[in-house]
Design a protein around this ligand. Structure first.
Ligand code: IMP
Ligand code: MG
Length: 434
């Protein structure tokens, strides 16, 4: 049975949560495999509107096992609060599972995230400030604490004291910050560990049992591929290891790459980015204002789910998207927020970059080169009229159809689903994918 991975093809916030919510219907298991509560998505369904940061979007179906994989960074306080809020609103979380191998976000990670952004000043990454970068840094430096470690009281005491000694030196000597108190951290995390215990298990086994049993498994990416450490716009990327790319999904739940049968990429019909870093098609005009504030009265404008920051906005960048299609090995695309584009007289798609007088159609590796790149645009006709109620491709305005067909052509990949509104039903399913 299929193991399908859904990734964000741009810089995050493409609407993956909503698509996972739609695709999860047929799945037995839905798993998050990377990142932490720097991610965030909004889901609107019969039970209301929810903003999730750690819990997989499949949680609203009572029959699905929802997994937070070993590749995730878990802030236990945030996770417990999210579980509490879901339960309070009548969403059953008893089928939530957290990998014993997932790394834990510690109080010093949040402090180091904050201090390092301050130190960078004008060169700040624009992180979400949730401590995710420092948590993954410590994972790689073999200085991390994992969910399984929290349950070993005595061992944890020694290990945590050792690590905090080191981190307090960094906080005070490198950054001039205030040291953190060991007892406070230790007591809090032992308490979190006790409360999380019912959710902790071996994730790999659950996924392999499901596939052996012929069940369909959905792996849910967080963030966007262009924030990937290797393939993204380095150094303006996120530090998740494994990353939120399709390839990262196998690592992040502990299965082999041959288990994955399909990779689906979610792209917004235009581009957005929160935080700093190159953005070739960025707009600073009426169009970006208009797109940012579309649906704002319903809390649907382009403002970050996690930080509330206004998102940067630009035209669809086919150079970046094509690159993302390739390194993710995408077999199908989902185009989201098509409805937001209605009412513009013309639309643009960036088909190449002009860099130092030369036309290039691939993605340069260096951020300053990317910052010098000028977009080469193709202009397309816009369309008027409401598309939110359209459910068949052929019923879309002709110009909208042409826009989607052009995206398919430029990316050499079919668009299987188009979302035209925030609600579960507001989608055009060209091909059901699963
Ligand atoms: P960090 O992940 O908090 O370290 O932030 C690094 C960069 O990734 C910043 O530009 C963030 O805005 C961006 N980022 C991290 N998570 C997300 C996400 O879920 N959506 C969009 N951008 C994100
Ligand atoms: Mg988001």
């Amino acid at each position: 049975m299929p193991v399908v991975v859904v990734i964000g093809g741009q810089w995050g916030d493409e609407g993956k949560g909503r698509i996972v919510d739609l695709l999860a219907r047929k799945a037995r298991v839905v798993a998050r495999y990377s990142a932490g509560n720097n991610a965030g998505h909004t889901i609107i369904n019969d039970q209301g509107e929810f903003k999730l940061h750690l819990v997989p979007a499949g949680i609203f179906y009572p029959d699905k096992t929802c997994i937070i994989g070993n590749g995730c960074a878990v802030d236990p306080e945030v996770l417990l609060a999210e579980i509490g809020q879901l339960e309070e609103r009548g969403v059953d979380t008893s089928k939530l599972v957290v990998s014993e191998r997932a790394h834990v976000v510690m109080p010093w990670h949040r402090e180091l995230d904050r201090l390092d952004e301050l130190r960078r000043g004008d060169d700040a990454i624009g992180t979400t400030g949730k401590g995710i970068g420092p948590c993954f840094t410590d994972k790689v430096a073999r200085r991390g604490i994992r969910i399984a470690d929290l349950a070993e009281a005595e061992d944890l005491k020694d290990r945590m004291r050792n690590i905090l000694d080191y981190q307090n030196k960094v906080i005070t000597a490198v950054y001039g910050g205030e040291p953190l108190d060991f007892d406070e951290c230790y007591t809090a995390y032992r308490e979190f560990s006790n409360r999380l215990k019912p959710y902790v298990a071996d994730v790999q086994k659950i996924i392999l049992d499901a596939t052996r049993n012929g069940d369909y498994v959905l792996l849910e990416g967080a963030q966007g591929s262009l924030l990937d450490l290797d393939h993204g716009t380095y150094e303006y990327v996120t530090s998740s290891v494994p990353s939120s790319t399709a390839a990262g999904s196998a690592l992040g739940v502990g299965i082999g790459p041959t288990e994955i049968t399909r990779a689906v990429g979610v792209f917004k019909s235009y581009c957005t980015r929160v935080g700093n870093g190159p953005f070739v098609t960025e707009l600073f005009d009426d169009v970006s204002e208009r797109l940012r504030n579309h649906g704002r009265e319903f809390g649907r404008g382009e403002y970050g789910t996690t930080t509330g920051r206004p998102r940067r906005i630009g035209w669809f960048d086919a150079v970046a998207a094509r690159y993302s299609v390739r390194f993710n090995g995408l077999s199908a695309l989902v185009l989201t927020r098509l409805d937001v584009l209605q009412g513009l007289s013309t639309l643009k798609i960036c088909t190449a970059y002009e860099i130092d007088g030369e036309i290039v159609d691939n993605m340069p590796a260096n951020a300053s080169v990317l910052n010098r790149a000028r977009p080469v645009y193709e202009e397309l006709e816009g369309w008027d009229g409401e598309t939110s109620d359209v459910r068949n491709f052929d019923d879309l305005p002709k110009a909208a159809q042409a826009y989607i067909r052009r995206v398919e052509e430029l990316l050499s990949t079919p668009v299987d689903v188009i979302s035209v509104g925030p609600e579960r039903q507001q989608a055009i399913i060209v091909n059901p994918m699963i």
